[in-house]
Design a protein around this ligand. Structure first.
Ligand code: EPU
Length: 409
């Protein structure tokens, strides 16, 4: 399936060109529905067909410039309209999303990048307002931290700026390369995506395009950890092992079988109980913070003691208390968690606080004796299409409570 964290941004990228843009390999998840609504309110015609994994966007000559709080608070990725709106209309009013379950998540780097390009940026009545009535101009930008979101907004703002923009210390995620690839197919001139420095030569205008979303490395990594944690055997069809070099390497070193297949890659546990391992989250290509809750669920049932360190978000440890309810031995110490693996957890009601923690708790429930009831599954629907159906197809005993239908239906 296509990456959530690319598809949402590519929908915003479409704003940069008048006309009809088609995205394929779009995941059937609730977040795409929210982004579709946000774009509709900007005047874009959006046809989202989840069963066909396609979004068709008809972008008019004149678009709005306001992203309402109601939608932005439901979908933080809404902030990705900031760059395209300023570039295209000279003005963006995007609600400030506020903190969430994983951290405070500031926007200072986004604002600084736009200011470097000549926009006037201020926060008024809860909205981040960026104004550049005479257009943006190329500049040198250096991000203090390789933020994914700030890299994206700096890139999408600069493609229509006058002159050349150099952006240093940028994020190198495959999703950044995906955005640059789509922008290039629209006529943008970009060099260096996937490295620490991106150079953009501004162009007058862009044309609509058709683009297939890059495969979801976090979903693929989720299945890898699901296989390792349950001591199962899963082939991740369409998974790109190269985008998961660090986590897959760690699983292999810990005693799991990790192999490439014609269709993707496979993770299996063939003998006994794999070993736990230390994890420290880092920007790509380091261990992804989005897989950290899965590393925790794995370590609490793997053999031995280990330490998980979260370096990107200050509050991304809500999974720990819930895993403790399942009998896990895990203690938080600042931005570290010490785990000591036990062979089997013990089923209990637990609550998911975000997409990844929810999915990780379901996986933990599969290695818990008795029933585990995970509440807050709407979080899981934000990132995984029919998670329980896919798990059942692998032989897992998982059902969805009848009154808990996915949001996008
Ligand atoms: N940060 C700032 N100021 C900024 C920007 C970021 O302080 O101006 C801080 C954040 O508060 C955070 C850190 O920098 O502590 C990293 O944030 P980054 O901007 O890199 O992350 P993001 O763009 O907000 C995306 C993904 C997250 C993923 C992170 C890191 C999307 C929609 N979200 O968030 O994915 O964890 O990159 O890889 O692309 C998820 O899918 O579950 C998810 C949370």
């Amino acid at each position: 399936m296509g990456a959530k964290n690319s598809a949402l941004k590519l929908m915003a990228v479409a704003l940069l060109a008048e006309g009809r843009t088609t995205l394929t390999n779009v995941p059937a998840i609730a977040d795409v529905t929210i982004m579709a609504e946000l774009l509709r309110r900007l005047g874009v015609g959006v046809d989202y067909v989840p069963e066909e994994n396609r979004v068709v966007l008809d972008v008019p000559a004149t678009i709005g410039h306001r992203a309402d709080y109601e939608l932005v608070r439901a979908l933080r990725a809404s902030i990705s309209v900031l760059g395209p709106l300023v570039a295209r209309t000279g003005q963006a009013d995007v609600a400030v999303p506020g903190g969430d379950a994983i951290g405070s998540r500031g926007l200072d780097l986004h604002a600084a990048a736009l200011e470097s390009l000549g926009a006037r940026v201020h926060v008024t009545h809860g909205y981040l307002v960026a104004e550049a009535p005479d257009g943006l101009r190329g500049a040198g930008i250096r991000l203090d931290f390789p933020s994914v979101g700030a890299t994206e907004n700096a890139l999408t703002a600069s493609v229509l700026a006058r002159g050349t923009t150099t952006i240093d210390n940028v994020a190198k995620e495959p999703e950044i390369i995906d955005i640059a690839t789509m922008l290039t197919s629209m006529g943008a001139r970009i060099e260096g995506a996937g490295t620490s420095r991106i150079v953009v030569h501004g162009v007058e205008s862009l044309s609509p395009t058709e683009h297939a979303v890059v495969p979801d490395r976090i979903a693929a990594g989720t299945w890898a950890f699901a296989a390792a944690t349950t001591r199962g055997d899963v082939e991740v069809v369409g998974g790109v092992a190269d985008h998961l070099r660090v986590p897959l390497g760690m699983l292999a070193d810990a005693g799991c079988t990790v192999e490439s297949t014609d269709r993707g890659f496979r993770v299996a546990v063939r003998d006994g109980r794999p070993r736990s391992f230390d994890v420290a989250t880092l920007p790509y290509p380091g261990f992804p913070t989005d897989l950290q809750p899965f590393a925790l669920a794995y370590n609490v049932v793997a053999d031995g003691s280990a330490m998980v360190t979260e370096n990107l978000f200050e509050a991304r440890f809500r999974t720990v208390q819930e895993l403790a309810r399942l009998g896990a031995e895990a203690q938080i110490d600042g931005h570290h968690v010490m785990t000591h693996g036990v062979p089997l957890l013990s089923g209990a009601p637990v609550e998911s606080s975000d997409i990844r923690s929810g999915a990780a708790l379901v996986i933990a429930g599969l290695v818990a004796e008795g029933d585990t009831l995970v509440s807050g599954v709407h979080h899981i629907d934000r990132g995984y299409p029919r998670f329980e159906v896919a798990l059942r197809a692998l032989g897992a005993d998982v059902t969805r409570e009848p009154d808990d239908a996915p949001d996008f239906e």
